[in-house]
Design a protein around this ligand. Sequence first.
Ligand SMILES: O=C(O)CCC(=O)C(=O)O
Length: 329
Amino acid sequence: MSLQSFFQKYTGFLRSLKAVYVVNNLLQSDRLRHNRSLYRKYGLQKSIFSPVGSGDFKTHHPDIPWIDRPDALEKLEQNAEFQALGPVLQEKVRGFLKDGYMILEGFFPEADTDALNGEVAAQLEAGKAQYNYTGRKIFNFFGHSRLADERFFRNPELLRLLSFLLGKKVIPFQSLNFTLGSEQRAHSDSIHMTTEPPGYLIATWIALEDCTPENGALFYYPGSHRLPYLTTTDYPSGNTRWTIGNNSNRRYEDKIEEVIAETGLQKQPFLGKRGDVLIWHANLLHGGSPITRPGATRRSMVCHYYAEDVICYHEMSQRPALLPPTHPV
Ligand SMILES: O=C(O)CCC(=O)C(=O)O
């Protein structure tokens, strides 16, 4: 068993040791080599195998995603690629700039979502795919399924749209499949997958069955993408030079709860239909509602992407992000 797959299940003490991640980084060096030139580009003077976090970037590179610039709406209207989109999609892109998300209704036909649900169930049954230590998330299912990979994770139409939104070509980075709702508290992806320059991450959330008020629907806070990016120095993470704080995630989520209360942001459930896709901004606060009907399933897939010429790292665990494995499928 590789260290990587061991850590998918393991929740004990070793998870808090930065040195363990360094060993894993060395073992996965193929998936980190691309960072050599990026570290040079962004003036980061450290080994590509070392822990990395927001503290390593005392000042941010001035490259701000165009969607986050004050003149974004004005520039959008003049953009030739935008003008070539139909009026419906144009309105959704305007909404993305304003609210930090957009919804593509009925993007995937039922035949595709049915087929993917069948493959996930079969691979779980056969023990080829597994939930990670959370008991809810199946990491990188695209590595087990050509359908998940080509139709969902690397869907050319979505890749084009995401690259347009970030203003740079995106790299499909990781996927998570769920059969039950996550019931995860509100958070921003940016604490888990962070980029330098900030904001060059984007995600798709795909409903593989209808979402209801009982089956743990996704929720989000429109407009929250405009909040400052929180880092591990903005809450008592418990991190030390050598270790990651055991309760860092809980404390981060407590902090987010405070921010929501202070700003008066309004929570919105996503009662999407199967086949719908929700695209969210790197900093949009979101999470999973409680499951109030015992046994209710909520099949879904989340795919994360970041721009190809930025550094991506995991702020909470201070690790450089590994490029996806090149599994045979
Ligand atoms: O699907 C959910 O319930 C939440 C997923 C999520 O928060 C994430 O992938 O960041």
